[in-house]
Design a protein around this ligand. Structure first.
Ligand code: HEC
Length: 151
């Protein structure tokens, strides 16, 4: 009897660990995944990040920001670029090239216009909200560090 109970507890713990693992595999931190609308927005953002070309040159975000943007990325010519793991907590920041302070929305639209040579989704659009939700999910739990350095 005692043995069965212990066995059952083990199975439950294993189940919980597995579901946590599968969430991690999706790159979605658990806290963010508890609100269904937000979870859906994050998942759609992740899909856009991996597959959407925005009518441009055929690249997606993931062409440069590899593996969902979690590790450091690289340009097609091999030049290393920062990870996006903390991007959501280091904006707004001063962009020397633009000579102004830009938000995360601005940065995402810049990458779509310049890197993807695509049509950036409008401010306030679902697609921009979904991409930003995905990037925010990568930075979940990290302290706000505006104008900080990319990881
Ligand atoms: C052709 C390569 C390329 C593609 C494709 C690309 N990016 Fe970028 N991205 C860069 C480079 C280079 C930087 C860093 C320099 C800069 O600010 O432009 C960057 C910077 C960023 C940053 C700021 C990172 C930081 O911490 O400073 C974000 C956020 C970002 N990209 C999001 C995206 C998203 C979302 C997409 C897809 C819609 C995308 N990028 C597609 C090359 C690319």
């Amino acid at each position: 009897m005692k043995l069965i109970k212990r066995q059952a507890r083990k199975t439950i713990t294993l189940g919980a660990a597995l579901s946590l693992l599968s969430l991690c595999a999706l790159g979605i931190p658990q806290a963010a995944a508890t609100e269904p609308h937000l979870e859906k927005a994050i998942q759609r953002g992740q899909a856009l990040f991996a597959h959407e070309t925005f009518g441009g040159n055929g690249m997606t975000c993931q062409s440069c920001h590899v593996d969902g943007g979690v590790p450091p990325g690289k340009l097609p010519n091999g030049t290393a670029i920062p990870s996006l793991a903390n991007a959501a907590v280091i904006f707004p920041r001063f962009n020397p090239r633009a000579n102004k302070v830009i938000t995360l929305d601005d940065q995402v639209r810049n990458c779509i216009a310049r890197a993807l040579q695509g049509q950036p989704p409008a401010y306030g659009s679902e697609q921009l909200m979904q991409l930003v939700s995905y990037l925010a999910s990568l930075a979940q739990g990290k302290p706000l560090d505006i104008n900080g350095r990319p990881q």
